[in-house]
Write a protein that binds this ligand. Sequence first.
Ligand code: DQA
Length: 154
Amino acid sequence: MSTDRSAAAAPLPILLLNGPNLNMLGTRQPEVYGSLTLDDVVALVERTAAEAGFGVQALQTNHEGVMLDAIHAARGAISGIVINPGAWTHTSVALHDALVIPEVPIVEVHISNVHARESFRRHSYVSPIAAGVIAGFGVQGYEYAVRRLVTLIS
Ligand code: DQA
């Protein structure tokens, strides 16, 4: 029987959340969101997290309750959250309230520069509880978000 106590336990995974319509990345307004797909985003996040020794749990949903349930279930089971809340960014007090529950660092990502678009995109219900916000760097913003999250966790 192994008695090696020196091996560090694997860290809890990073939760990657993508909100409504982000399943359509690559097809949806490519002039705004680019041509990469959600699968590309997940692969990028997995690769970046793996470099730092973290696994990834990924969810995209178009149903707000599904996202809220997933956030509740993640309490105690994740190290931190990278979230692109999509349009719920600008509308959802419920998402704001749920994201506080796991008590882990959160990085908010937007593919587009929400501040250079319609005025309704300038308000975020998530930003007040996020450690930081990355917007306007395309899909690469997810990579920056993971790197920052890892720094915050470590
Ligand atoms: C978005 C910006 C939101 O305003 C929009 O509703 C989205 C995507 C982005 O990634 O740029 O669905 O979060």
